[in-house]
Write a protein of this length. Structure first.
Length: 150
């Protein structure tokens, strides 16, 4: 792997880990949501995020790096916290949506930070931009849903 690619691989692997955390979060949300419309939406989102992670993993391989393959420890811990919280509070849809939005804010911020990284090669920036467009659209929809529930 070339010296200049090291930074891009590090950035992409950070995004992959966050995206895999998001997959786990959406899977947990699908399990905890009461309304079938939310269960189905969350399952679809988990699948979309898995596709994004796969595309970013391929980009890392193209750069000659080893892609992250699992979610991070903090993401796993957060998902378990959400499980415990939902068990204690009865896991109504509003609290599940609130947690999902918190996760969406986090992943959106991570991708925006990567897009502001002037050291990323144009090909990597293109992949990150494509993923970000999907993430931002999902974020905005979850935010809209949250505001209709509150």
């Amino acid at each position: 792997m070339q010296q200049g690619s090291d930074h891009a691989v590090d950035v992409l692997n950070g995004l992959i880990k966050t995206t895999l955390d998001s997959v786990g979060g959406y899977e947990e949300a699908a399990e905890n949501a009461g309304a079938s419309q939310y269960k189905s939406m969350f399952s679809e989102r988990a699948s979309k995020r898995r596709e994004i992670a796969t595309e970013l993993q391929q980009e890392v391989r193209t750069l000659g790096g080893d892609p992250e393959m699992e979610q991070g420890i903090l993401g796993k811990a957060h998902n378990k916290f959400v499980d415990i919280k939902n068990a204690l509070t009865g896991g109504d849809d509003r609290s599940v949506i609130d947690e999902v939005e918190r996760g969406e804010d986090y992943i959106k911020e991570k991708f925006e930070s990567a897009l502001n990284d002037d050291e990323l090669p144009a090909t990597v920036r293109t992949s990150v931009t494509r993923a970000y467009q999907s993430i931002k659209a999902d974020h905005d929809e979850i935010s809209r849903i949250k505001h209709t529930l509150h």
